[in-house]
Design a protein. Structure first.
Length: 377
C-alpha cells in the first residue's frame, strides 16, 4: 500500500522565454502551482494546477484553500492505489477542476511508483511499457504575418515539424498563414487555434479561403465561442478542414454532446479541464467510440503538468502529434526530472511514476496538510 500522509501546495514564479499571446490573453510570467503528495513510505508524487481566471476560474489561493479543505479531507490517510479515490476526489467539491487534477495526478504518481510502473504504463490498464517518446507541436503566438513567418522559421530550424498558429480578430489569419507557408515550405504541418475568436460566418469564410488557396491546414481548433455548439456544428458541416473542439470540451459528457451533434472532428483533452486523469481517460474512450480523434493538450503550465499529460497521451494515443509544448516556454523547470524535450519530441524517461525527483527551484508553501499517526492533523 501507499498511504497518503501529506499534501502541500507550492508556488514557483517562472518567467517565460517570450510572451505567450492568444486571442484572449497575454502572459509573460507563469505562476506555477504544484501539489506535492507524500506517502507513509517516503514516496513523493507530483501534480500541477493550471490556474487562469479566464479558463479554469482558479487561482493559487483557491487551489490552496480547496486542497487544505475538501480535497485533503478526501485523500489524506487513503491508499493512493484505491480504485475509488479518483471518483471520490471528483465528488468532493464542485468545479475546481485544475486543483482536482493536481491532487489526482499527485496520488496517481504515488500509486504508479508503489507498483514499480511508469504512470503511462499504469494508465494503459495492462501494465505494458509506455512509449518512451511523443511528438508535440509548437505554438506561434498571435502576431503580424511577418512576425509569424519569423517565429515559424526559427522553430523549424530548431527541429519542429508541426506548428500551431494562434489566430485572432486583430490580425489577418489568411495573410499570416500565407506568410508562414511561404517561409517553411510544404513539408511542415500547420494548425490554427482561434481560441473562440470568430463567429460562425467569419470562421467559415476564413477556413474556406484557406482551403481555396491550398495552404494545407491540418486542422482548425475552437473557431467559435465555447458555449455555442450550434455554431461549432455549423462550421464543421460547412468546411472540409477538420475542426477540433477545445474550450467546448471539459468532461466526457461534453465529448458525447459534441459527437452527437456532429460539432467537431477531433477533441483536445486537457487535464485542467477534465479534473484529472480518470475523467480524461473516459473522455478519450467516448471520443474513440464515436469516431472522433483525440489530441492531448495542456494549458500554460510547467514540466509537471506536461509530464502528466504526456503519460496520458502515451497511454491512449502514442502516434498522434499532441499539443504539449507549454513547458518549452519556461526559462527553467521548477522540478528535477519529468519529461525532457528535444525540439518536437518529448522524452518520457524510464523512471517510476512521472519520474520527477524533486523541486529544482525555491517555492512558496501555500498549504500544508498532514496526518499524525494516521489521523488528519
Amino acid at each position: 500500500m501507499s498511504v497518503v500522509e501529506g499534501l502541500r501546495v507550492l508556488r514557483v514564479s517562472s518567467p517565460l522565454v517570450r510572451p505567450f499571446i492568444t486571442a484572449v490573453r497575454r502572459t509573460d510570467l507563469l505562476e506555477v502551482v504544484l501539489v506535492e503528495a507524500t506517502d507513509a513510505d517516503g514516496r513523493v508524487g507530483w501534480g500541477e494546477a493550471a490556474t487562469s481566471w479566464r479558463v479554469t476560474g482558479e487561482s493559487p489561493q483557491s487551489v490552496a484553500a480547496v486542497v487544505a479543505g475538501p480535497l485533503g479531507d478526501t485523500v489524506i490517510a487513503r491508499d493512493s492505489g484505491d480504485p475509488a479515490l479518483a471518483a471520490d476526489i471528483a465528488a468532493s467539491v464542485w468545479g475546481n477542476a485544475a486543483a482536482r487534477s493536481a491532487v489526482e495526478c499527485a496520488v496517481a504518481d504515488l500509486a504508479a511508483q508503489e507498483r514499480g510502473l511508469s504512470a503511462g504504463a499504469m494508465l494503459s490498464g495492462d501494465g505494458r511499457a509506455a512509449v518512451p517518446r511523443l511528438r508535440t507541436d509548437m505554438t506561434l503566438s498571435t502576431a503580424t504575418p511577418a512576425e509569424l513567418a519569423e517565429q515559424a522559421v526559427a522553430h523549424v530550424a530548431a527541429g519542429f515539424g508541426c506548428l500551431k498558429i494562434k489566430a485572432s480578430a486583430a490580425h489577418d489569419t489568411v495573410a499570416g498563414l500565407r506568410a508562414v507557408r511561404a517561409a517553411v515550405g510544404p513539408a511542415i504541418t500547420l494548425r490554427i487555434d482561434a481560441n473562440q475568436a470568430w463567429d460562425a460566418e467569419t470562421a467559415i469564410r476564413v477556413i474556406r479561403t484557406l482551403e481555396d488557396t491550398d495552404l494545407a491546414v491540418e486542422l482548425v481548433e475552437q473557431p467559435v465561442a465555447a458555449h455555442d455548439i450550434d455554431a461549432l456544428a455549423a462550421v464543421t458541416a460547412a468546411v472540409d478542414t477538420p475542426i477540433m473542439a477545445d474550450e467546448s470540451v471539459r468532461t466526457a459528457q461534453d465529448v458525447r454532446m459534441i459527437a452527437d451533434r456532429g460539432a467537431a472532428d477531433l477533441v483536445n483533452i486537457k487535464l485542467a479541464k477534465t479534473g484529472g486523469l480518470a475523467e480524461a481517460l473516459v473522455a478519450a474512450d467516448v471520443a474513440h467510440d464515436a469516431g472522433l480523434d483525440v489530441v492531448i493538450g495542456c494549458m500554460m503550465e510547467s514540466h509537471v503538468g506536461v509530464t502528466a499529460a504526456a503519460h496520458l497521451a502515451a497511454a491512449i494515443a502514442p502516434d498522434v502529434v499532441h499539443d504539449l509544448d507549454a513547458a518549452l516556454w519556461l526559462r527553467r523547470s521548477p522540478v528535477v526530472g519529468g519529461i525532457r524535450s528535444e525540439a518536437g519530441v518529448l522524452h518520457l524517461g524510464t523512471g517510476r511514476g512521472f519520474g520527477i525527483d524533486g523541486l529544482g527551484a525555491d517555492a512558496d508553501v501555500l498549504a500544508d496538510v498532514r496526518t499524525r499517526a494516521g489521523v488528519r492533523a
